[in-house]
Design a binder for this molecule. Structure first.
Ligand code: NI
Length: 426
């Protein structure tokens, strides 16, 4: 082999080594750059943000200083489009009225729409087109009343009830769901595992309609007679069946026979619900009697009503009760919606109902104050808005303790063993 060939080979070899080295360096370099990016985005930026004041807590502070940033506040809409032609003709700031209603012109040519807005110390609600709304206006789980002049009236309260149905679902539950849907109403279903397995489509529809998925355990035993491990299995198995049927576990629970203690609640790890009205429908088994039990019963705002959808008369009664209560002005909601509407953040505790008198007693776990007081969510002050007087507290409400209503004897389905114990658990 001559020297030239040898030299040529060595040169080639060197070049190869150099390329390999550069390639390795390149990959390593890219890796290093990616690592730095990850560190900056994942670690440094979050720290900078929290220190620099971009976390939600500080945002609220900023919002509190400007009325427009109030999450309750109406959106400022620029004047635009065909619908605004009439409005453009009156560019002076202040209230205006046309054939469609009243609206408010800001000095900068915008108008309020789609939300609540405080103007000169009074709260108004504006619709999507910017016109002021009167009567009941729904926002989240709550309804707010606005007088004929558009001003918010904190003393008008929409009466809310939670219908609850135990031991199902049953073969007549779909008719009940039809009725709820037709009346824009929702209910809570405390279901037992075997019936969930037997009617998965019904459970799925409940969830789709916004009804609340509740657990009434698998076997409907008196939980106080079980070990906590057995209690846990009762709820876990039922949750598994619920997840298979509707994709979610129970958000709330009701103890069979109303027999619970704090250990049981903590083991189930869900808020427990009793009731303010036991219709005794499982005993009456008569649609007329069931109907009268509810309509002549204590329908105080915040009540929780106990029925059983596995009985045909109960469902038939509910088909009349639901439209009639709605016609009387009641809003029918789930137990969690009722809690939220009444300012209660649910915990692993037992809830009986959400009457103003119960809330005022201070015994309701997680009660955070009257949400009718709109000034809470706004700029913090607001005494001058007359929104925080809370003066309707107790007006026309039964102030008697509800305890009596909870202890009126055995009250569950006779198909299950009833140990005859009553519902007092204290
Ligand atoms: Ni039951």
């Amino acid at each position: 082999m001559d020297k030239r060939v040898l030299r040529e080979r060595m040169r080639r070899k060197k070049r190869q080594l150099l390329i390999r080295k550069l390639t390795t360096l390149g990959i390593g370099g890219i890796g290093a750059i990616l690592l730095v990016v990850f560190i900056i985005r994942g670690v440094i930026l979050p720290i900078v943000h929290s220190v620099g004041g971009k976390e939600p807590g500080n945002t609220v502070e900023v919002q509190a200083q400007t009325a427009e940033a109030d999450p309750n506040a109406a959106i400022r809409q620029p004047l635009k489009g065909q619908g605004d032609v009439g409005k453009v003709s009156a560019m002076t700031p202040g209230w205006h009225e046309d054939e469609n209603g009243r609206w408010y012109q800001n000095a900068d040519g915008t108008y309020f729409a789609q939300g609540f807005q405080e103007i000169d110390g009074t709260t108004y609600s504006f619709d999507n087109n910017g016109y002021v709304q009167t009567g009941w206006v729904s926002k989240g789980v709550r309804d707010y009343f606005f007088n004929d002049d558009g001003s918010y009236n904190p003393n008008e309260r929409r009466k809310m009830l939670a219908l609850t149905f135990d031991d199902g679902p049953g073969e007549h539950t779909p008719e009940l769901l039809d009725c709820l849907e037709e009346n824009n109403a929702r209910a809570t279903f405390f279901m037992v595992g075997p019936n969930v397995q037997a009617h998965p489509e019904t459970v799925k529809r409940m969830a789709e309609l916004g009804c609340e998925i509740g657990s009434h355990t698998w076997d409907h035993y008196n939980l106080k007679t079980l070990s906590l491990d057995q209690v846990k299995k009762q709820f876990d198995d039922t949750d598994d069946a619920l997840i298979a049927a509707c994709g979610q576990p129970a958000s709330v629970a009701r103890a069979p026979f109303g027999e619970w203690n704090q250990d049981i609640i903590d083991t189930a790890d869900k808020p427990f619900f009793m009731w303010t009205m036991d219709t005794l429908d499982w005993q009456l088994l008569d649609a007329d009697a069931d109907y009268n039990a509810v309509m002549n019963g204590d329908l105080t705002d915040g009540s929780i009503i106990l029925m059983h959808d596995i009985h045909e008369p109960s469902v038939n009664a509910a088909l009349r009760i639901i439209p009639d209560l709605v016609a009387q002005g009641y809003k029918l909601v789930t137990v969690s919606e009722l809690a939220e509407a009444k300012g209660v953040k649910l915990q692993n505790a037992s809830y009986f109902g959400f009457w103003d008198s119960t809330l005022a007693s201070g015994e309701v776990a997680g009660y955070e104050g009257d949400p009718n007081d709109l000034s809470d969510s706004g700029s913090g002050g607001g005494d001058e808005t007359d929104l925080s007087d809370g003066s309707s507290e107790g007006d026309g409400l039964d102030d008697g303790s509800g305890e009596d209503d909870y202890s009126d004897g055995s009250g569950d389905d006779e198909e299950y063993l009833d140990d005859g114990s009553d519902y007092t658990d204290e």
